[in-house]
Ligand binder design. Structure first.
Ligand SMILES: Cc1cc2nc3c(=O)[nH]c(=O)nc-3n(C[C@H](O)[C@H](O)[C@H](O)COP(=O)(O)OP(=O)(O)OC[C@H]3O[C@@H](n4cnc5c(N)ncnc54)[C@H](O)[C@@H]3O)c2cc1C
Length: 224
């Protein structure tokens, strides 16, 4: 069971990313402790007949003044509809910070972030956190998407190696990375189907189980 301590958030702004993907930005009246790559339960005020919270990855870094969440705003989701109608100053809450999809404080291994669609959210948090702390890290970002690439413009400003591919182009890239970075630690995030598929691919290509960390966005269906 998640811990039930509630942290207050104040809605600040909504940013359109592409298609039905939006980023929701909140101010933090008090700092919230979490590690880059973790997720929490974002809770809204009551939704008649519906579940008022969803598990969402933090897309911002822990030391930032504002908190970001990026989601597909689906018409069929009362939660997402309520989220998209928030007005500046409206309250929301976060509880149950969880997850071990985090970067070790010290590692010499190259890090390969292998993400499907919206699964890039925790990777933004990790990459931003590393950048903000001026830490040295050998990071490769592989983003698989069937449409657009979330945070593309922001990531392009970074010096890390990055590939934006369709699913069919992935094998070639993974072989290349496997040869260039044989000791890499892989971080895989996205829908259940994506994570299972990537885990199998990596294991079949000889990556050790201990070198694969996963973040499964349960409840999220994707074509990636
Ligand atoms: C650790 C973790 C981190 C997560 N991080 C994020 C995140 O950063 N951003 C994010 O958007 N989500 C994230 N999720 C998923 C999130 O919690 C929701 O499950 C997801 O966004 C779907 O919510 P919904 O309200 O749209 O659908 P729900 O109302 O929860 O689902 C209703 C039904 O619709 C189905 N469904 C869901 N998505 C689709 C779709 N695209 N097309 C068709 N059917 C669908 C579901 O399988 C379910 O049967 C995360 C989940 C976990 C466990």
């Amino acid at each position: 069971m998640p811990q039930l301590r509630l942290y207050k958030l104040v809605f600040k702004a909504k940013q359109h990313e592409y298609g039905d993907v939006f980023t929701f930005i909140f101010d933090l009246p008090k700092p919230i402790r979490f590690q880059a790559g973790q997720y929490a339960h974002l809770m809204l005020s009551r939704i008649p007949g519906g579940n008022r919270w969803r598990e969402l990855s933090f897309a911002s870094a822990p030391d930032e003044d504002e908190m970001w969440f990026s989601v597909h705003v689906r018409d069929e989701s009362p939660f997402k509809q309520k989220l998209s109608k928030l007005q500046q100053g409206d309250l929301a809450w976060v509880f149950g910070v969880e997850g071990n999809f985090t970067v070790p404080s010290q590692t010499n291994k190259p890090l390969v972030m292998l993400t499907g669609g919206i699964g890039i959210t925790p990777v933004r948090s990790m990459v931003r956190s590393i950048e903000r702390q001026h830490k040295e890290a050998d990071i490769t970002v592989v983003h698989v998407s069937h449409d657009d690439y979330l945070y593309k413009e922001e990531f392009l400003k970074l010096s890390h190696a990055q590939y934006r591919v369709k699913r069919g182009e992935l094998d070639e890239i993974l072989i290349k990375i496997g040869k260039e970075k044989p000791t890499a630690l892989y971080y895989v995030a996205g829908s259940e189907g994506f994570v299972t598929d990537m885990k199998n691919k990596l294991k079949n290509s000889g990556v050790r189980k201990d070198d694969i960390k996963i973040d499964t966005f349960k409840g999220y269906k994707s074509k990636n």
